[in-house]
Design a protein around this ligand. Structure first.
Ligand code: NAD
Length: 419
């Protein structure tokens, strides 16, 4: 079995490839074997015996703690580092004891700066919105910075006091309303961090001939962090992607110089030529618009916290977290960890009722990333066929008209039959 290498910025994948995986806690033990069986069946169906995955189990989470006494062994990080691409089930975040989230640790250790969440609707899945077929978005969430960096101090600690003294004494800050009882957090947002995220989003849109990239931000309030994201994003599009894109900055410039009609014409010409339109929108307006005019959005580029909220809302619009896939990617080094986006679902663990689709679709994203697009498409089509037959796990089947509830394993078998 072979390992993936990066050559000229692209992963080069051997026909027999080793993929490390973390089974995951809670429902992980149920969804992981089902997802692997469907992925293996799709690869076999599409490529006969010429391509195959060798699954290498690595430890993390509770299973790891029980086996070797640590939550995230160095050997696991080393495996993801060495093999470049891996997949994981959900992990318990140990509460208290200063232990940080294992997911965050993985992202930071491998510098997985993009959290990619494609969101589309599958025929047959019941949605709370009237026209879910209009939802087809690809969220690029910045994964390493923002208020998520974990730089914060609890109220009443000497650190919070010291930080406040610095703000008040050296920076002349007078706006802290209740200094004695304030906790503080720091929101680092860098030019490099924003640029690499926006660059990945634009490259993705250009490669896939998608119509637009929208920079979602709160730059009206946080002028230098969120506003910086917007400004650096537009500047990068102009500088590195002048031909394949048309930015709304350019639109505004034409409008100023030549009038509104000329700007509208330039935009229409760019759209007709298949250029990627780069635009921006304030985060709160965006959340409203996703419900009112979802068809206006394709690729979404946004900072970490906005991306967190947006991912869950969009997932809910197409059927919930049980079928929302995700990946954490560093497009420069090639490192990528594909993952179920839901948690360990302790309330239903061990009952063979959990929906394996999130991990399964993450597996399809992984196949696509490897360049095994036929197998990825086969999985998506088989899943859609299964939902179209009104067959699903309980989380989705209970809302379907004449829905037939299948167990996790029976659902996996139904998808394999539909390949
Ligand atoms: P959760 O996603 O585990 O569960 C929320 C609700 O959704 C539960 O009712 C659950 O039964 C249901 N659900 C989740 N996935 C489902 C699926 N595939 N099929 C059917 N129903 C599903 O969130 P939580 O309860 O807030 O968190 C539980 C644990 O998971 C915590 O320790 C948390 O830290 C961890 N967590 C891990 C990840 C990750 O590893 N990426 C993400 C979120 C939460």
């Amino acid at each position: 079995m072979g390992k993936i290498e990066m050559e000229a910025g692209k992963p080069v994948v051997p026909d027999r490839v080793s993929i490390p995986y973390i089974e995951g806690d809670g429902v992980g033990a149920e969804i992981t074997p089902v997802a692997q069986a469907v992925i293996d069946a799709a690869v076999k169906k599409c490529y006969g015996g010429t391509r195959a995955i060798e699954w290498l189990e690595v430890l993390a989470g509770e299973k790891s703690f029980n086996a070797v006494g640590t939550w995230l062994p160095d050997a696991t990080l080393d495996a993801f580092r060495y093999y470049l691409v891996g997949i994981k089930g959900p992990l318990t975040t140990p509460v208290g004891g200063g232990m940080r989230s294992l997911n965050v640790a993985l992202r930071q250790e491998l510098d997985l700066y993009v959290c990619l969440r494609p969101v589309r609707w599958y025929k047959g899945v019941v949605s709370p919105v009237k026209e879910p077929q209009k939802v087809d978005m690809h969220i690029f969430r910045e994964n390493t910075e923002d208020i998520y960096a974990g730089i914060e101090w609890a109220a009443g600690t000497p650190e919070a006091r010291k930080f406040y003294d610095f703000l008040a004494g050296e920076m002349g800050v007078t706006k802290v309303r209740f200094p004695e009882t304030s906790a503080f957090g720091v929101k680092p947002v860098s030019q490099e961090g924003c640029e690499r995220l926006v660059r990945s989003a634009i490259e993705y849109a250009v490669d896939r001939r998608l119509p637009s990239v929208t920079l979602v931000h709160k730059g009206n309030i946080m002028k230098f962090t969120e506003g910086g994201f917007k400004n650096w994003g537009y500047a990068l599009a102009e500088r590195e992607f002048f031909d394949p894109t048309f930015t709304m900055n350019r639109y505004e410039a034409i409008k100023k110089e030549q009038g509104a009609a000329a700007a509208r014409e330039a935009l229409a010409t760019a759209e007709a030529a298949g250029r990627v339109i780069v635009k921006d929108v304030i985060a709160d307006a965006f959340l409203q618009n996703t419900l009112l005019i979802p068809e206006e959005y394709s690729v979404i580029a946004t900072l970490n916290l906005n991306g967190d909220y947006i991912s869950d809302q969009l997932a809910a619009m197409v059927g919930g977290i049980g079928i929302a896939p995700g990946a954490n990617i560093n497009y420069k080094t090639g490192h990528a960890v594909f993952e179920a986006t839901h948690g360990t679902a302790p309330d239903i663990a061990g009952q063979n009722v959990v929906n394996p689709s999130s991990l399964l679709l993450s597996g399809a994203m992984m196949l696509d990333y490897l360049g095994w697009a036929e197998a990825a498409q086969a999985i998506e089509a088989a899943l859609e066929r299964t939902f179209g037959q009104h067959r699903a796990t309980n989380d989705l089947a209970r809302f379907m008209e004449n829905g037939e509830t299948l167990s996790t394993t029976a659902f996996g078998e139904a998808v394999i039959k539909n390949l």
